[in-house]
Design a protein around this ligand. Sequence first.
Ligand code: DGP
Length: 114
Amino acid sequence: MGDTIFGKIIRREIPADIVYEDDDVLAFRDLNPQAPVHVLFIPKQPIATLNDATPEDAALLGKVLLAAADYARQEGFAQDGYRTVINCNTHGGQTVYHLHVHLLAGRRLSWPPG
Ligand code: DGP
């Protein structure tokens, strides 16, 4: 599994605005925010894309999603709502090949995406 910029963030080799961490999950603010709140939730154990996830990763992926939902509740925007996105490969717009969940909030988001 190739290392990515997110591996460097996990290992504190490069800085990031970390907002949540537990044994399995790390969350930090996106460098290029697309909404007033834009946080990336990642498994510390890297999975390149959603295509690479296996049934053994089910609990880990669940933890990543639940961490995002907990964060939304704690930050007070769960009721207004938010969007979670996992981009996969080229057509999905994935640029960092360490699976991550985008959590976008703080404004009404348009749908469908472009
Ligand atoms: P995606 O396009 O789905 O692969 O999203 C990758 C996101 O990662 C993109 O929104 C920008 C963000 N990003 C890339 N490099 C860095 C970095 O070094 N630090 C932080 N905080 N975010 C980054």
